[in-house]
Design a protein. Structure first.
Length: 195
């Protein structure tokens, strides 16, 4: 009987040790998996923030004029000009202009811009609304708040009513025209995609 009890106790201890080791192994595996998942999430966040910072610090803002993009066209009668160029990495540019001019002359000029890709370019300007420019400005305000602050001169249209909106894409230029008919002020947004 003593041997039976001893064998039973021995078997019980071995079983408990095996069960404990198995449970410890499962706990260890769960802990390792959770650690891997958390490390992966943190790595993704760090990578994303790093990319955003590189993008932000490599973005340059400088004064610009209509002529810098489209050349000198004195026949357009552009006056009281103010503008900024935002140069992002990968040779992508955005321009924000505010000037006084005749809307029809500007729209006809944009219609006649030469394009290297007529198949993806508009033939003529179209009437639009504020949604497209709102999306562009919202992106800048979220991703580049310091740049957004520098566009105060351009954003003054946001507080005005009765504006007319036009768009025309003539590759490599995408144009949004916001026209204030009360005083002939044009808010002109240009994106330049380089080939």
């Amino acid at each position: 009987m003593f041997i039976k009890n001893r064998f039973f106790n021995f078997f019980l201890m071995i079983s408990l040790m095996f069960f404990s080791c198995s449970k410890m192994e499962k706990t260890k595996d769960n802990l390792v998996q959770k650690t891997k998942e958390k490390t992966s999430k943190i790595s993704k966040k760090v990578w994303q923030r790093g990319v955003e910072k590189v993008f932000e610090y490599s973005t340059d803002v400088k004064p610009s004029k209509f002529e810098d993009v489209f050349g000198n066209h004195s026949d357009l009668g552009i006056k009281n000009q103010e503008g900024k160029q935002i140069e992002y990495i990968a040779n992508f540019h955005q321009y924000f202009f505010r000037y006084t001019a005749e809307k029809d002359k500007i729209l006809q000029f944009l219609n006649r811009l030469k394009t290297s890709h007529p198949e993806i370019s508009d033939k003529k300007y179209s009437i639009s609304n504020e949604q497209i420019i709102d999306e562009k400005l919202k992106f800048i305000s979220i991703k580049f708040p310091n740049i957004y602050k520098k566009l105060v001169f351009f954003r003054e249209f946001e507080n005005k009513e009765g504006l007319e909106y036009y768009t025309i894409d003539r590759y490599p230029y995408s144009n949004i025209i916001i026209y204030d008919k009360k005083n002939d002020i044009i808010y002109h947004f240009v994106e330049n995609y380089q080939e």
